[in-house]
Design a protein around this ligand. Sequence first.
Ligand SMILES: Nc1nc2c(ncn2[C@@H]2O[C@H](COP(=O)(O)OP(=O)(O)OP(=O)(O)O)[C@@H](O)[C@H]2O)c(=O)[nH]1
Ligand SMILES: Nc1nc2c(ncn2[C@@H]2O[C@H](COP(=O)(O)OP(=O)(O)OP(=O)(O)O)[C@@H](O)[C@H]2O)c(=O)[nH]1
Ligand SMILES: [Mg+2]
Ligand SMILES: [Mg+2]
Lengths: 278, 291
Amino acid sequence: LSGKARLDFQTIEELEELLITADMGVGTVQRLIQKVDSTLRGGSGQGPDLIRSRVKEAIVEILQPREAPLEVDRARPFVIMVIGVNGVGKTTTIAKMGWMWKREGKRVMFVAADTFRAAAIEQLVAWGDRLGIEVVRQQHGADPSAVVFDALQAAKARSLDVVIVDTAGRLHTKTNLMDELKKIQRVAGRVQEGAPHEVLLILDATTGQNALSQAKLFHQALGVTGMAMTKLDGTAKGGILVALAWELGIPIRFVGVGEQMEALQVFRAREFADVLLG
Amino acid sequence: NLSEKLQALFKRLRGHGTLTEANIQEALREVRLALLEADVHYKVVKEFIESVKEKALGQEVLQSLTPGQQLLKVVHQELVRLMGEGERRLNLSGSPASLMLVGLQGSGKTTTAAKLAKWLRAQGKTVGMVPADVYRPAAIEQLEQLGRMLNVPVYKPAQGEDPVSISVKSQNWAREKGLQVLILDTAGRLHIDEPLMEELRKIKVAVAPKEVLLVVDAMTGQDAVQIAQSFNEKLQITGVILTKLDGDARGGAALSIRAVTLRPIVLVGVGEKLDALEVFYPDRMASRILG
Ligand SMILES: Nc1nc2c(ncn2[C@@H]2O[C@H](COP(=O)(O)OP(=O)(O)OP(=O)(O)O)[C@@H](O)[C@H]2O)c(=O)[nH]1
Ligand SMILES: Nc1nc2c(ncn2[C@@H]2O[C@H](COP(=O)(O)OP(=O)(O)OP(=O)(O)O)[C@@H](O)[C@H]2O)c(=O)[nH]1
Ligand SMILES: [Mg+2]
Ligand SMILES: [Mg+2]
C-alpha cells in the first residue's frame, strides 16, 4: 500500500510541475489536484495513467462551458471591438478574422482606431489591401471614437455584415487609457443599438499570471464578451486559460497559432487540454 | 503580500516557543508560492529556495525578534545578488558599434530600438537605426516614423532586400554617414523557428555586433526559460532588455532569464513613449517580484 502511495505522490508532483510550467498558476493547480483527488478517493487503482486522465477530464470540465464560437449573424453590422495590452496580436487577429468571414461571403470592414502607435494605421491598411477588405481610417492622432463613429455610420448605411474595430494596445492599469476605451464603446452604442456586440480581449500565450489581472480589469471596465489567445504555436501552453475559465464566465472564442491568415482556430476544450497535458 | 503573510505566520508560531527548522520550512513554502505567482520558473524557484535555506535556518533568523522580517531580508538579498550587476554599460566601441535587438513577436523591439537611439544620442553618440524586419506589414514604416519623430537616420532597404543584406549594407551606410552606433531592429520570431533563428545567426556573423540584446516582455511566464535558453544557445546574447515594466506584472521572468543565461538585464522599458527607458535596478526588481 505504501508503494502505491509513494507513486501517487510522485505522479502528483510531476503533474504539478507540468501544469505550473504550463502557466496554469500554483493556486489553480492546487485547486485542480484537490478536485481530482476527491474524485479518486474510494476509486480502486490509482496508477499514474488514471490520475493523468482524471486531471485531463477535470480540465476539460472547466474549459468546456467556455466553448462558445462567435456568432456574427445576430446583428448587422455585427460590431467587434478588439482590445488587449500592447503587442499581444490584436491587429493580426483582426486580419485573420476578417479573412475568415470574407471567405464565408460576408462583407467586412476594418476600423483603424489605433491612432496612436507609429504605423498602426498603415499596418491595418496593409492587411486590408492584402485581403481585399476596406479599412476606415483618419489621420494619425485623430480621436479613436471619431473614427469609430464615422466607420459605423458608413457600415450601417451600407448594411455591411461585420465591422472589426482595432484599438491601440494599452496596459489595463492605465485608467485614462481604459477611459478612452469606454468612450469608444459608448460612441459605438450611440451609432448602432447594441454595438459593440462583441468586446473581444486578446491574450498572449507567453503571458504568465498577469493575464488574470488583464482579464479582470478589462472586464471591469468594459464587460468582455469573448477572449482569444494568440501565439500558441510557440512553446508556451497557455495554461492560464484554465484559471480564467474557472474564475470568469467569459467565452473563449479563438486560438491563434501562427502569423499567417490561416492560423486561427475555433477554441475547442478537449484539443486544448490534449496539448496542455502533452 | 508576502511580508504580511510571513509576519502572520511567525506571529502564530511564536506562541509555541522557539522557532524550529519545520517552522522555517513553512515560511519558505510561502516564499515559494510568492515566486511562482510572480512567474518565476518552477525549477528556478526550486533551486532558489534550496540556496536560501541555509541562511534561512541560520541564527540571524531563528534568534531574531522579528523572524518574518529577517527571513524576508535574507530572501531579498539573495534575489538582488542573483539579478545582478545593476548598472552595466553597453559596449559602444567600433565604427559603427552595432546593437542587435532580438526576441519574440510583440516584445517591444521596434519601440525599444527608437528609445535606445534617443538614450544614446543623449549621451552624445551619433546614432542610426536599421529596419531588418521585412515580414511584418508596415514594420519598416514603423521604424521610419519613429526615426522621423526623433530626427534619427534610418537605413532605407531596397525593394525586396533580405534581412542579412540589409544588416550588411547598413554598416557601410553608417560609416559613410559617420554614425557611431547602429541599432538593428529584427523581426519577432519564435525561438523554435529554426530557419528564422538561423537568419539571426547569419546576421550576427556578418555584422559582428557589439551587443546582442534579447528584448523580453515583463509579463512573460514560465516560457521565459525556454525563450532565453534558445536565443542564448543560438546567438550568445550579451544582455537583456525587459519591457512593459510600467504594468503590474511581477516580472519573475527576470530572475528565470538571469538564472539560465547569466546575462545581465541592461535596461528596462517603462512606457510607450520614447523617453520611457531606464537603467535596471536589481533591488527594485527583487521587491517587485516578491510582491
Ligand atoms: N507566432 C505568432 N505570432 C503572432 C500571432 N499573432 C500575432 N503574432 C505576431 O505578434 C506580433 C504583434 O502582433 P500585432 O497584431 O501587431 O499585435 P497588437 O496587439 O496589435 O500590437 P499593438 O497594437 O502594438 O498593441 C506580430 O509580429 C504578429 O505577427 C500568433 O498567433 N503566433
Ligand atoms: N506600456 C508599454 N508598452 C510598450 C513598451 N515597449 C513597447 N511597448 C508597446 O508594445 C507594443 C509592441 O511593440 P513593438 O515595438 O511593435 O514590438 P516588436 O517586438 O517590435 O514586435 P514585432 O516586430 O511584431 O515582433 C507596442 O504597442 C508598443 O508601444 C513599454 O515599455 N511599455
Ligand atoms: Mg495593433
Ligand atoms: Mg517590430
